[in-house]
Design a protein around this ligand. Structure first.
Ligand SMILES: *Cc1c(COP(=O)(O)O)cnc(C)c1O
Length: 392
């Protein structure tokens, strides 16, 4: 198929829910993607933080092919190997006690919310089910996770939404106090707000929040759908904050491009959801889990150190360009935000860069970069050169 054929068919037959760039993608290698006509694009997006091992990774593709030959799916009424191995590795590397596997970020967060409410119900009965989330957060597109998202513009059209969410300002303890009450069961945060604009929470705020949660028996729920699985230069961002969440959700990068997600629960929470209380047909898929095992093998401590160094390199490279449209950079590891100065539109900047062969994302009013974790120095330099040429 040509690019034009892909665009025509998509527009005719796929529901028009995305504002797409006029680019079709066919294949890739490393952090470089190609359209059907062979035009190259440097990828600073990984999809949206998904293709952590980049494209054309032979280890990943072989693991998927081998598992597909052996067993492509089984229900969760039977035992399978890859998900069990993956759960063990995730628990060992995080100190958490158990995993529930699902398929996407919103779905994982739904599970985390259900777990928090059942934990509270089991201990305290009804009427203690409110969850405090942060303004400017993003937690998903289901009816419940839209309402958990602390941005008014998402609370539209789909009424009635799920009750029981209240919003506090990030890094603001008095604002948290103002939302607290006897009806609260949990606080749910992204440690680095992703869609909201790549805004890391303050270390001190997060530590105090963790202490408050412990004192009041509120569960600390951390949404690491975007920040997890190596993105910030540690396996999970919470490990950089020195806090111990009760439940952590993960998704985007977990399987390097196949749909998989889940929640990690600590010892206090690992038995809250018993048989019959939570399930998902596709969860713990052996092919996705086999792919995720390759991601885990790749993310050694040395590799994570490189992610951190690459993030520093890219941020310094961008700041050194001194582009008129960009202000400061922020973020952690290869989760990078760039401030866009007043008078410039982040959407227009993204379009211009994409048109010139560099894929980037926006978030909030700024730019967001989530390159494959395996991106090379040459590819970062090529992306910086495009920025310089197009935006100077
Ligand atoms: C992307 C994202 C989600 C939603 O994930 P889906 O897989 O699109 O359902 C939830 N939380 C955060 C922090 C995200 O970045």
């Amino acid at each position: 198929m040509t690019s034009q054929q892909m665009m025509d068919l998509t527009q005719q037959y796929i529901l028009n829910t995305y504002g797409r760039f006029p680019v079709a993608l066919d294949h890739g290698q490393g952090a470089t993607l190609y359209d059907p006509e062979g035009r190259a694009y440097i990828d600073f997006t990984s999809g949206i933080g998904v293709s952590s091992l980049g494209y054309g990774c032979a280890l990943w593709a072989d693991a998927i092919a081998q598992q597909a030959q052996k067993l492509g799916h089984s229900s969760n009424l039977f035992y399978t190997g890859p998900a069990a191995q993956l759960a063990e590795i995730l628990c060992r590397r995080t100190g958490m006690a158990g995993v529930f596997f699902a398929n996407g970020g919103g779905e994982a967060n739904e599970g985390m919310i259900k777990l928090a409410r059942k934990y509270s119900f089991d201990r305290y009965g009804q009427g203690r089910a409110a969850i405090i989330t942060l303004n400017n957060s993003f937690h998903g597109r289901t009816i419940t996770t839209l309402k958990a998202t602390g941005q008014e513009r998402f609370h539209n059209y789909f009424f009635p939404f799920t009750e029981g969410f209240r919003y506090a300002d990030a890094n603001d303890l008095p604002s948290l106090e103002a939302q607290s009450g006897a009806d609260v069961c949990a606080v749910m945060v992204e440690l680095v707000q992703g869609e909201g604009g790549v805004l890391p929470l303050d270390q001190e705020y997060v530590r105090t929040l963790a202490r408050i949660c412990k004192e009041r028996d509120w569960l600390l729920l951390v949404d690491e759908v975007q920040s997890g699985v190596g993105r910030t230069g540690s396996l999970f961002a919470f490990q950089r904050y020195g806090v111990e969440p009760d439940v952590v959700s993960f998704a985007k990068g977990i399987a390097g491009g196949l749909p998989m997600s889940g929640i990690l629960a600590n010892a206090k929470c690992r038995n809250v959801l018993g048989p019959g209380t939570h399930a998902t047909t596709f969860g713990a898929n052996p092919i996705c889990a086999a792919a995720a095992l390759v991601v885990q093998e790749t993310l050694t401590d040395a590799f994570l150190q490189e992610v951190e160094e690459k993030g520093t390199y890219l941020r310094q490279g961008i700041e050194a360009l001194n582009l008129p449209c960009f202000g400061a950079t922020r973020g952690m590891g290869l989760m990078i935000g760039i401030e866009v100065k007043p008078g410039y539109s982040n959407g227009e900047i993204a379009s211009k860069l994409v048109e010139n062969g560099l894929l980037v994302l926006t978030a909030g009013d700024g730019m967001r970069l989530l390159p494959p974790l395996v991106i090379s120095g040459e590819e970062m330099d090529a992306g910086l050169a495009i920025m310089k040429k197009v935006l100077s």
